[in-house]
Design a protein around this ligand. Structure first.
Ligand code: EPU
Length: 422
């Protein structure tokens, strides 16, 4: 088990370069299963979720090589396996994209139910609804999902999602790309990684339109061919560094970002009193003094992301006045970190979907546990802003999604080190 030891109180200062988007990478790498030929994928973040996914694909027969500079070469032409290793599948959430990708490529799949960050109940009924709409027969047990063609075979279909789901939108897109006919997904998720997946698929020869709106249309094609594609920068990693600079009273240039994707976050940080300067592919955040309280409600994109809830909560904990933070995607997400933040001096009252955060002048160091990826990142931010020493335990959660976090923070002046425990 590894932990981070942070000696807090130094405002972050300098430049940080953002990696490729985790949630785009974990959709695009399984999408390579649909491609005949070699894909060259650039800007792949070297994080443990990506490593696990590549291990799964390689165990299924994919040829995979990392090239310097975060490039992955992946050729799934020789894959014949439709049953990915269940032990590996259970180590991460996005392994459920193997269901859609295998259904699309082979017309069948037998995939264990995924693991990953368990901050809430995370059903997959909408994914299943989509597979059924494409003509699949689905058997779901407590351990796995088994998919095969129904009596009329697989073909394009229309599905209206009952809740806006990133995962279901991605899975249905993957399953539909090679099927005959047209598939229409209504009430689709609009996150930047949905658009990125559509752009990847279209680059390889697919016909996907409407990604980024709430209606995605997929006209099935016979095959996809290999090619090159660069993954977009990580919206949430960028938001995390913006929040870290905000909470520590710093001045940081966050590079390799798409500022438009960050507007939902930078608008709120600006309301809290920091100066935000947008450039073509960078955003600067500059402290202007004590933070001000604000009100935030998480929503699907283009709203404020649930994956930034914990990080903004740390900023609120240090702002003058009483802030309100409402979670509308995963109600139970507060429980992963609020008690830990309270042990550092934060004042948070949770009532149903809303946390009322009374800002304090200072937080103090403590030993805290990361319970999931974003909760862990928030505790790191709190440790950087707090007086004294903070130890964040169970950092393997953080390393699922943040590439080189220690080096990146150190380059911004943070006093943070990773300690490997026997
Ligand atoms: N939902 C259902 N049924 C479904 C699917 C989702 O009821 O079949 C509900 C969920 O319970 C939730 C809401 O719909 O209330 C949205 O869930 P969604 O399916 O969009 O989440 P996801 O696809 O499982 C992705 C990200 C998460 C991020 C959420 C919301 C990936 C691999 N994961 O999860 O990212 O929190 O969208 O934006 O893309 C993270 O990166 O730390 C992370 C957890």
């Amino acid at each position: 088990m590894a932990k981070y030891e942070i000696c807090g109180g130094t405002p972050l200062s300098g430049t940080v370069t953002i990696s490729g988007a985790k949630n785009a990478a974990v959709a695009i790498l399984p999408a390579a299963l649909l491609v005949s030929g070699k894909c060259r994928i650039e800007n792949v973040p070297d994080i443990s979720d990506v490593r696990v996914l590549l291990d799964i694909l390689s165990g299924m027969g994919a040829e995979i090589a990392w090239e310097p500079g975060n490039v992955v070469l992946i050729d799934c032409t020789g894959v014949t396996c439709t049953r990915p290793d269940p032990e590996l599948v259970r180590q991460m959430r996005a392994s459920y994209y193997l269901m859609g990708a295998l259904l699309g490529r082979f017309g069948r799949a037998h995939v264990a139910l995924p693991g990953g960050c368990n901050f809430a109940s995370r059903p997959i009924d909408q994914h299943i609804k989509g597979f059924l709409a494409l003509g699949a027969e689905v058997e779901e047990t407590d351990d796995y999902v088994d998919l095969e063609p129904g009596p009329e075979g697989l073909k394009g279909g229309r599905v209206s999602l009952d809740v806006v789901s990133v995962g279901a939108t991605v899975n249905i897109m993957l399953a539909a790309v090679l099927l005959p006919g047209q598939t229409v997904i209504e009430n689709a998720a609009k996150e930047p990684h949905i658009v990125d997946l559509a752009n990847f698929l279209n680059t390889m020869g697919a016909s996907v339109s409407g990604a980024g709106t709430d209606t995605v249309k997929i006209r099935g094609v016979q095959s996809l061919r290999g090619g090159s594609y660069a993954i977009i920068p990580d919206q949430i990693e960028a938001g995390t560094y913006l929040a870290a600079a905000t909470a520590t009273g710093g001045n940081v240039l966050v590079r390799n970002v798409i500022p438009k994707h960050l507007e939902c976050i930078t608008t709120k940080l600006r309301e809290m009193g920091v100066r935000i300067i947008n450039y073509d592919d960078a955003v600067r955040v500059q402290s202007t003094g004590r933070l001000r309280c604000t009100t935030v409600k998480t929503r699907p994109y283009p709203g404020f992301p649930t994956d930034m809830q914990a990080q903004i909560c740390v900023c609120m904990s240090l702002a003058a006045g009483i802030s309100r933070l409402t979670e509308s995607v995963y109600e139970t997400r507060f429980f992963g970190y609020c008690a830990e933040l309270e042990s550092m001096g934060a004042d948070i009252l949770i009532s149903g979907k809303t946390a009322t955060v009374t800002g304090r002048e200072k937080l103090h160091g403590a030993t805290v546990h990361a319970h999931d990826l974003r909760a862990g990142a928030a505790l790191v931010i709190a440790g950087l802003a707090a007086e004294g020493v903070t130890t964040v335990e169970d950092v393997h959660y953080i390393e699922r999604g943040y590439e080189n976090i220690i080096d990146k923070l150190t380059s911004l002046g943070a006093k943070i080190r990773r300690i490997e425990e026997p």
